[in-house]
Design a protein around this ligand. Structure first.
Ligand SMILES: CC(C)(COP(=O)(O)OP(=O)(O)OC[C@H]1O[C@@H](n2cnc3c(N)ncnc32)[C@H](O)[C@@H]1OP(=O)(O)O)[C@@H](O)C(=O)NCCC(=O)NCCS
Length: 305
């Protein structure tokens, strides 16, 4: 089918105008390194998007990758953020947030490109992220492939039975937890876990069996709800740890991010009266790292898998 010349001319003009707008917008966007003074911007954008991260989360992101957290300025105003975190050969991108007033102008895309350039220069083999439905199309355009879906469950934690085998982790055990996590995840997340242990020493629980770790779980406060996770555990330890964490949070609002294919974990969330709030798509760029989904009972939050 051929278009009438007038219509085709009109379309061509529109395309040229849009391309011109994109170039003009790109010129107005400046990306710079995030500083401690930008935490308030991060918090403002987090609240605007209704996300759960707190000031302590932002400070931890900056401590983990001081040179890899960025702010976008548009027309001289700070309007966007993103953070990266390098964990050996794998890196995570998170906190991609653009002020509602500045969306649709290429700010999100430029932030991503800048972050990818930062990570490529550091020879990272795999870049991963958990995408919202708003972010996924941008990441696909930049070469990310969807991997699997996680469901965010939310609700009021029911009062249940505490797990008799569950104990509070002490600092002496942190190294063993990180070793267990690395084995299960094929990525050394020690940099992230050790900071979570430092910030929330009272909220790490484990199951030991004959001196061997069978699983661990963390909980931490959020702006809207307690985030339950990460929880990495064997098939036997996972249900006990998850139920135990829920009973410790009894009567409080909670979030748990669960891979939809971990049906055992999904069943626990559903039978605890939690409901799906939304989905995230785990995506990767570069070398594929296969997660052990049946051992992933709760993600650490969309910012780090
Ligand atoms: C997702 C989010 C970060 C996107 O930021 P953004 O700055 O609006 O993104 P971009 O402008 O780069 O791209 C968005 C779209 O605008 C288009 N666009 C870019 N520049 C444009 C311009 N000058 N004029 C018109 N459209 C433009 C892009 O092509 C893209 O189009 P698409 O919808 O067909 O994919 C932003 O919507 C946001 O903060 N959402 C809430 C938090 C969130 O979900 N973050 C993602 C976490 S994974």
């Amino acid at each position: 089918m051929s278009l009438c010349p007038e219509y085709s001319y009109h379309l061509e003009n529109m395309a040229i105008k849009l391309a011109g707008n994109l170039i003009e917008s790109a010129k107005m966007i400046k990306i710079r390194q995030m500083t401690i003074d930008d935490v308030q911007l991060g918090l403002k954008l987090t609240r605007q998007a209704g996300w759960n991260q707190t000031e302590s989360d932002w400070l931890r992101f900056m401590k983990m990758e001081p040179e890899g957290c960025f702010v976008a300025e548009f027309g001289g105003r700070s309007v966007g953020t993103t953070t990266t975190c390098i964990l050996g050969h794998v890196a995570w991108i998170a906190m991609v947030l653009v002020d509602v007033d500045a969306r649709g102008k290429g700010v999100g895309t430029e932030l991503l490109k800048y972050s990818l350039n930062y990570l490529d220069k550091r020879k990272v083999k795999t870049v991963r992220l958990d995408a919202t439905s708003a972010g996924q199309p941008i990441y696909e355009k930049l070469g990310f492939t969807p991997e699997y879906q996680l469901a965010r469950f939310e609700g009021i934690a029911p009062s249940g039975k505490r797990g008799a085998l569950v104990s509070k982790a002490t600092p002496a055990i942190y190294v063993s937890i990180i070793e267990f996590d690395t084995q299960m995840n094929r990525t050394n997340r020690g940099k992230m876990l050790s900071r979570l242990f430092e910030d929330f020493p009272e909220d790490i629980h484990i199951i030991w069996d004959g001196g061997k770790i069978e699983g661990f779980i963390l909980t931490r406060p959020g702006a809207n709800a307690i985030q339950i996770g990460p929880c990495i555990a064997t098939i036997d330890a996972g249900p006990v740890l998850l139920s135990d964490a829920l009973s410790r949070c009894a009567a409080e609002p909670v979030f748990i991010d669960i891979p939809v294919d971990n049906t055992n974990a999904v069943k626990i969330a559903e039978s605890s009266g939690l409901r799906i709030q939304r989905y995230f798509m785990r995506m990767y760029r570069g070398e594929y790292v296969k997660d052990h989904i049946q051992a992933l009972w709760a993600g650490s939050g969309p910012e780090k898998g």
